[in-house]
Design a protein around this ligand. Structure first.
Ligand code: ADP
Length: 472
């Protein structure tokens, strides 16, 4: 049995702002079948503390950033949790990274340094009689973990996973002493990034291995368009980098048992869900495809291009339902589009509603400018909802385009857009409407998608193999 400590700032079903939570929540369960015991270390935000069942204090650290820190062990939803209870750092209302005004907490470097200090302590001393063989950190919030451990003589192996390189955890160098960092490593070969302390770079420079969430994103990260200034770092470490595509939680996302919808086994079963969705959002029946979007509304997601190409879809009788929240400008722009009778928008975050959209939609639109992996296209495949995606990152790796060859081989599952522009998106929406009009072809796309394995089996095996290789 390989023992792995997963270090993460979010974890479904306890606390989630994006795909990282889904991965952190699903991976431990999938790894159990591969002889890996993963314990998950995460901050004790109010939402997490509220859900803890019979927590047991397994570690107490006297003073981290001005307060006592306790580590609580508990099991929830099959997850073996270690929760960092530090009210002075994590007991706050608002978002886990920012206040109600949307501004990031200005002590975020300290908050996540505390998480990493606890991880390093567990790596050194074990916890509750349990000593990890591998410490696996996710994104910048865990970046200081391998940095703190790098000069330990005997230590667990370390892995860093990049879920999104756009978030880097930058801090003023004045914090170096406070964060307990080695000032001599404030260099290009250490954690310095254009005069700032970069938690993510620290992790990337010091971890034994790096992974990211798809093979295409791994390759893209070495290019300036995608590397966000860290392309050189990634290139330097390219032989330690692996792309492992995410899976989905196939219990939560299962059209045959999903309680949020009318369950179905075949594409035909979608009709009821489509009618219910149209009724819920006040849309009339239409001959065109009902397209859905479930997304953060940010520049990354390319939805401004969808606003530009929307007339193409509407002219062809298509409909659009958007569920999302994010940039106020994009929220307002989508709200304004509801002047069209075939557009409906719900600004907000709603798990159950996301299931109803994925089940009831004919197609899902994911026109991201970059997408490390993407999860909604995977849910869509499983639910017989045809994905229209940008040819980038994990979207490129998980959708088989309706190219002539794929159509001849009868293995296509969706439409890929390239280049990622509003023009190309308009053309792709036209293709989508044409494909939808041909019921035989559309059914083939749906069936192919529903057959595609999108669960964690293969990828959990890949992580287990990586851990094994590291500790041998
Ligand atoms: P990212 O992590 O960049 O936001 P992913 O596609 O990897 O993108 O993961 C997004 C996750 O968040 C998915 O599980 C998706 O269903 C969910 N999600 C995003 N926006 C909403 C929303 N408004 N309501 C419900 N779920 C949402």
């Amino acid at each position: 049995m390989i023992k792995v400590l997963s270090v993460t700032s979010e974890c479904a079903p306890l606390v989630k702002t994006g795909g990282l939570a889904d991965v952190a929540g699903a991976l431990p369960l999938a790894l159990a079948a591969h002889n890996v015991h993963m314990r998950t270390l995460l901050p004790g935000y109010p939402a997490v503390m509220k859900q803890l069942a019979k927590p047991k204090t397994v570690m107490t650290l006297a003073d981290i950033f001005g307060g006592t820190v306790r580590v609580l062990a508990s099991t929830i939803a099959g997850l073996d949790l270690l929760v960092v209870d530090a009210p002075h750092l994590f007991k706050r209302e608002g978002n886990i990274y920012s206040g109600y005004d949307g501004a990031e907490w200005n002590d975020n470097p300290e908050r996540f340094s505390a998480l990493c200090q606890v991880a390093a302590n567990i790596a050194r001393n074990g916890i509750d009689g349990w000593q990890p063989d591998v410490c696996h950190g996710h994104d910048w919030q865990a970046g200081l973990m391998p940095e703190y451990m790098r000069s330990d003589k005997k230590r667990p192996a370390t892995v860093m996973t990049i879920h999104n390189i756009a978030f880097q955890g930058l801090a003023d160098p004045i914090t170096i002493g406070k964060l307990g960092l080695d000032p001599y490593r404030f260099t290009r070969d250490g954690y310095e990034f254009w005069g700032k302390v970069s938690s993510l770079k620290a992790g990337l420079m010091s971890a034994d291995r790096i992974t990211t969430v798809s093979k295409t994103y791994a390759a893209e990260l070495m290019r300036p368009e995608f590397g966000m200034g860290l392309e050189g770092v990634i290139d330097k470490r390219r032989y330690s980098l692996t792309g492992i595509v995410n899976g989905i939680d196939d219990v939560v996302w299962n059209p045959t048992t999903d309680l949020a919808i009318t369950p179905y086994k075949t594409p035909a079963g979608k009709a009821k869900n489509k009618a219910a969705l149209q009724a819920e959002f006040g849309l009339e029946k239409s001959d065109g495809p009902l397209c859905v979007v479930v997304s953060r509304l940010t520049h990354q997601k390319g939805l401004d291009m969808l606003l530009q190409s929307l007339p193409t879809l509407l002219d062809r009788g298509g409909q659009l339902i958007v569920l999302g929240t994010g940039d106020s400008g994009l929220e307002a722009a989508f709200r304004a589009e509801t002047r069209h009778k075939n557009v409906a928008v719900h600004i907000g975050y709603d798990e159950d509603m996301s299931h109803r959209l994925i089940a009831g939609g004919d197609a899902i639109l994911v026109p991201s400018r970059f997408e490390p992996c993407g999860l909604t296209q995977l849910y869509a495949l499983r639910y017989g909802t045809v994905p229209l995606v940008s040819l980038t990152g994990g979207l490129a790796d998980t959708v088989i385009n309706t190219s002539a060859a794929a159509m001849a081989m009868k293995c296509a599952t969706g439409i890929q857009v390239t280049p990622v522009t509003a023009n190309a998106l308009s053309l792709a929406l036209t293709d989508l409407c044409d494909l939808y009009a041909n019921k035989t072809v559309w059914k083939m796309l749906q069936k192919n998608g529903m057959k595609q394995p999108v669960n964690w089996d293969a990828s959990a095996g890949a992580y287990a193999a990586l851990y094994k290789d590291l500790i041998k």
